[in-house]
Write a protein that binds this ligand. Sequence first.
Ligand code: HEM
Length: 175
Amino acid sequence: MKGTIIKCLAEMVVEKHGGEATWQQIMDVAAVPKHTLILATSDIDDAQAGRLFTATTKVLRLSWEQVADAFGEHWCCAYGPRVYGRTFDRFASAREMILGLDQVHVDVTRSLTNATPPRFSYAWKDADTLEVTYASRRGLIDLYVGLARGVGLRYKEPLHVRKLSETLVEIHFGA
Ligand code: HEM
């Protein structure tokens, strides 16, 4: 997986959950050599990325869902708007962004070597309820849930995100 995901995780821990020392502790628990430099374009082995998320849950004493939510908020409200500002600016609402994300991932990773972006397909259940099918060999649908909640926070819109299975998520737009 591209390093940008882990860079955002590290930044979230450093800025909001205990600082640099806590991040180094997470790297230790995940058996990643101390002070490994992670760049947005680095390739991080998927197993190692998974260990870093698991270590984050352990060190911060949070559930995987809580870490995914915190990550999603940081990606959508802090890291993402700074690093990918133009992408966020293209969308005027949470609904537009959620529907545009399959193409965003295809576009953003086209120029990156070794990227295999998650793919999303969409089906409306009623005027405000969307079912999203998540396809990725990484099985990170919980991260999708946290990120989709982050999109709601970014656009200051109420939305409810519910995992229906390991490949299916329901998003209800509105209170
Ligand atoms: C500006 C916005 C975004 C950009 C530029 C972006 C870009 C990326 C990139 C580069 C990766 C790594 C892919 C790879 O290494 O193959 C990734 C992973 C991922 N993205 Fe995004 N992303 C954005 C927003 C979102 C949002 C809002 C969601 C969900 C609602 C999302 C869902 C995911 C998931 C679940 C992964 C983990 C990899 C996987 O499941 O296989 N992304 N994204």
